[in-house]
Design a protein around this ligand. Structure first.
Ligand code: SF4
Length: 305
C-alpha cells in the first residue's frame, strides 16, 4: 500500500517539478520521503535555491508561508489545510501593532514561528538557533519586543542579560513536557545527556544539560561521546537524531511531546496535494515584501547563517 503511494508521489513529483520539504517534527515516513529535512527557515532557503516549480511543505502553515516569502514564483502547497501552529496564531498583526504603540521606541524581533502578517510588522526575524545573536546585535539601550514565544524570550533574556518585552505566547506541545517527565527519564537513564529545546518551560530547561534548537541538537549529538540522550522536544526529532547517531539511544522526555498539527501530514495527503495542487499557500505581495525585509535584516546580522 505504502509502496504504491510512494511510487505515485514520485511520479507526480517529477510531473509537477516539485520539491518536498519535511520539518524535523514530521512523521518518520514523511521525513524519509522528503528531498530535504530540517528546520523551517533552513528548508525555505534550500527550496528557494532549487529550480522546482512547486514546493510541498510538510509542516505547518507559517512554514509554508515562509517558503512563499522566499520563493514568490513557486507554487507552495501545504498537504493539510488545517495544519497550523497554535503558538504562531497566539499573536495577530493587530495585537502586535497595539504593542508597538505602547512601546513606540522599541524594535520588534519575531520568532520565525509567526504568521507572515506578524513578520511584516517586525523589524527582525530570528530562529531559535540565532535569537541570542540577533538580540545581542542590537544596541544595549534599545528596547526590544519579542514575540510570540515567552519561553524562548525568557531564554534569550537570560543569555543576553537584557530586559525584553515579552508576549505571553507558548508552544502547547513543548509546555506539556513536564519537569517530572525529565526527572523520571533521568532516573531510569542516569548517564543520559538531557537535550531540551528553548520552547520548553523554565523548570524543564533548568534540568537540561544543554538547550538547543533542532539543528543544533543534530550537530551536538554527532560529536558527543555520550551514548544515551533524553530528548525534551517534539518526538519527531528522534528520527533525524537516530540517523546521525545510529549507535546511540534517544529517549523521549515523556509521551506528551507530540504536536498534533505536525502529525496531520500523511502520505495520502502528500499524494492528494500533488494530484490536485492543494492547498496552495499565498501571501499578499505587500505583506510578503515587508516580511522578507525582517528575514533579510536577520541575514544581514548573521551573514554566515
Ligand atoms: S511544535 Fe509547537 S511551535 Fe511547533 S508547530 Fe507544533 S505547536 Fe507550533
Amino acid at each position: 500500500m505504502n509502496q504504491r503511494i510512494l511510487n505515485e508521489i514520485r511520479e507526480l513529483k517529477a510531473k509537477r517539478k516539485a520539491v518536498i520539504l519535511a520539518h524535523n517534527y514530521q512523521p518518520a515516513e514523511i521525513q524519509d520521503l522528503a528531498d530535504f529535512c530540517g528546520d523551517s527557515l533552513g528548508l525555505s532557503i534550500k527550496a528557494s535555491k532549487t529550480d522546482a516549480e512547486t514546493i510541498v511543505f510538510c509542516g505547518v502553515r507559517f512554514m509554508a508561508e515562509t517558503a512563499k516569502i522566499l520563493s514568490p514564483d513557486k507554487t507552495v502547497i501545504l498537504p493539510d489545510r488545517w495544519a497550523g501552529c497554535p503558538m504562531a496564531d497566539m499573536i495577530t498583526a493587530e495585537q502586535l501593532r497595539g504593542l508597538k504603540q505602547k512601546y513606540p521606541g522599541a524594535s520588534v524581533v519575531c520568532y520565525v514561528n509567526s504568521t507572515a502578517q506578524v513578520k511584516a510588522e517586525s523589524d527582525y526575524c530570528c530562529t531559535s538557533a540565532n535569537a541570542v545573536e540577533v538580540v545581542n546585535s542590537l544596541p544595549r539601550d534599545q528596547q526590544i519586543i519579542f514575540v510570540p514565544d515567552q519561553h524562548l524570550g525568557k531564554f534569550i533574556a537570560e543569555k543576553t542579560g537584557r530586559d525584553l518585552i515579552l508576549w505571553p505566547g507558548y508552544c502547547p506541545t513543548h509546555i506539556l513536557i513536564s519537569e517530572d517527565d525529565v526527572k523520571r527519564a533521568r532516573h531510569v537513564h542516569p548517564e543520559a545527556v538531557v537535550l531540551a529545546h528553548p520552547e520548553c518551560s523554565e523548570p524543564v530547561k533548568l534540568l537540561a544539560d544543554v538547550l538547543l534548537s533542532t539543528g543544533q541538537m543534530l550537530t551536538f549529538v554527532k560529536t558527543s561521546p555520550a551514548k544515551q540522550f533524553i530528548v525534551a522536544t517534539e518526538v519527531g526529532m528522534i528520527h533525524p537524531l537516530k540517523k546521525v547517531r545510529p549507535d546511540a539511544e534517544f529517549i523521549p522526555a515523556g509521551t506528551r511531546g507530540v504536536c498534533p498539527n505536525m502529525k496531520k501530514i500523511t502520505l495520502e495527503k502528500v499524494l492528494a496535494s500533488l494530484t490536485n495542487l492543494q492547498y496552495e499557500v499565498t501571501v499578499p505581495e505587500d505583506i510578503r515584501l515587508k516580511a522578507k525585509k525582517s528575514l533579510e535584516r536577520m541575514v544581514e546580522i548573521l551573514p554566515e547563517k
